[in-house]
Design a protein around this ligand. Structure first.
Ligand SMILES: Cc1cc2nc3c(=O)[nH]c(=O)nc-3n(C[C@H](O)[C@H](O)[C@H](O)COP(=O)(O)OP(=O)(O)OC[C@H]3O[C@@H](n4cnc5c(N)ncnc54)[C@H](O)[C@@H]3O)c2cc1C
Length: 382
């Protein structure tokens, strides 16, 4: 079965049979081999096999689901994190350039190998490596244990997640780790109790006491707002287009791509990444790209190293804007090295929603009805 079909089936099944219980059950992690209360759509949403906005549209117009507030809100957490990062891309740049971390290397090694004294933590490490996924509550417990119990740098935890998650995403991952650590909502750390762990793991993890160290993370530099991104739109400006594996949204790209002379897809290799990915994640990404390629005659995957050669005689290139993260860093470096002009194509719904993500989620949430309205308007034009 194709990934697109698998994604659509998973979504349909969830929307028809599970979304009603989502608010009640979403915090329970019943374990990787048990029926899940959450959608497990994140690997697809992260690569835009399904888009956040089409899910919202389906909920409102196709399935007409009434009891969906909590699920819609969670989808909007993703949109909010994306927007927050677009408004403050320096957070990503600081994260990538922070290489002088002071930590206990032996403890770090035992953490990433699942050999610590904490059985529950070890089991999450093995689960992450085996399934390339963790439930949201488990991600919160994991990050809290990593930072406050083991005393390891949050940046290394975020990189460890990137390496193994099929849904690894610059904004959701980084900002969630910062949120757990108390950097995102200043002074508000995420700590959990043994009773919380016992209840929401459905009695799988029974621990006497969760011990934490007194750790207070601080950020020395101010993080300025940036607004360059809002100068973009979705209109083609050149004859050639570059896209990346984290936006393969067939429904909205199928009309756009044939209008280009040539479209190139780039999937970065580990040598070109600041954060190295596991073989399984790279393979998953490659499989998604290969499936996408089959849909078009003028789309070709190219080796990132051959970019210079392919664009020897071209100065202007459009890209499907991949968001703050490794892909955008790569293309920015290429642009600067070879003096190219790059035009970012950014979707209207993204631009519309992101501008509300300058402060906390609760301010953003007040604007969800406006964003929903915009989604419905845009879908009715298509
Ligand atoms: C430390 C930490 C790291 C994380 N790293 C990532 C990451 O790299 N990529 C990623 O997509 N999510 C990340 N999340 C958010 C969240 O855990 C996952 O999106 C969710 O668990 C995916 O499972 P699901 O699709 O079954 O979620 P569901 O509960 O079914 O939610 C549906 C969709 O809503 C979005 N969503 C739900 N909860 C959140 C949330 N808290 N923040 C942002 N979006 C959310 C996702 O797109 C998800 O697929 C992280 C959370 C934490 C605490």
């Amino acid at each position: 079965m194709s990934f697109l079909l698998k994604a659509q089936n998973t979504w349909e099944n969830f929307a028809k049979y599970k979304i009603n219980d989502y608010a009640k059950l979403r915090n329970f992690d019943f374990g990787p081999n048990n029926e899940s209360s959450v959608s497990k759509l994140s690997p697809f949403i992260t690569h835009r096999i399904l888009s956040e906005y089409e899910l919202i549209h389906d909920i409102k117009s196709k399935y007409k689901i009434k009891n969906s507030t909590k699920f819609v809100e969670e989808i909007f957490w993703r949109v909010y994190w994306k927007g927050w990062m677009e408004n403050r891309p320096k957070v990503w740049r600081n994260f990538i350039s922070e290489n002088n971390l002071d930590f206990d290397y032996e403890l770090y090694e035992s953490a990433i190998n699942g050999n610590t004294e904490l059985d529950y933590f070890n089991s999450w490490v093995h689960e992450l490596k085996q399934y390339n996924y963790l439930h949201n509550h488990t991600r919160m417990w994991f990050a809290s244990t990593w930072i406050f119990n083991l005393g390891l740098p949050w940046q290394l935890g975020a990189k460890f997640f990137f390496k193994y998650l099929f849904d690894g995403d610059a904004s959701s991952n980084l900002l969630s780790w910062r949120w757990v650590g108390g950097l995102q909502t200043k002074g508000k750390q995420y700590l959990f109790s043994s009773s919380n762990l016992r209840k929401f793991s459905n009695n799988r993890f029974k621990v006497e006491k969760i011990s934490n160290q007194q750790i207070f993370l601080e950020e020395s530099n101010q993080i300025p707002f940036e607004d360059e991104i809002y100068k973009n739109d979705m209109d083609p400006k050149s004859d050639n287009l570059i896209m990346f594996e984290n936006d393969l949204h067939l429904a909205t790209l199928k009309n756009l791509l044939p209008s280009y002379k040539k479209v190139f897809i780039i999937l970065l290799k580990n040598e070109q990444r600041q954060i190295k990915l596991s073989e399984s994640v790279l393979k998953f990404k490659q499989d998604l790209v290969s499936e996408f390629l089959e849909q078009f005659d003028n789309v070709e995957q190219i080796d990132p190293y051959s970019l210079e050669n392919n664009f020897k005689n071209t100065n202007e290139i459009d890209i499907i804007y991949p968001g703050v993260g490794e892909n955008y860093d790569f293309i920015t470096e290429f642009k600067n090295l070879h003096q190219k002009k790059i035009f970012n194509l950014v979707r209207d719904e993204d631009l519309f929603a992101w501008k509300f993500a300058k402060r906390g989620f609760f301010k953003f949430k007040e604007n969800i009805p406006k964003i929903n309205q915009r989604i419905l308007e845009n879908f009715s034009k298509k």
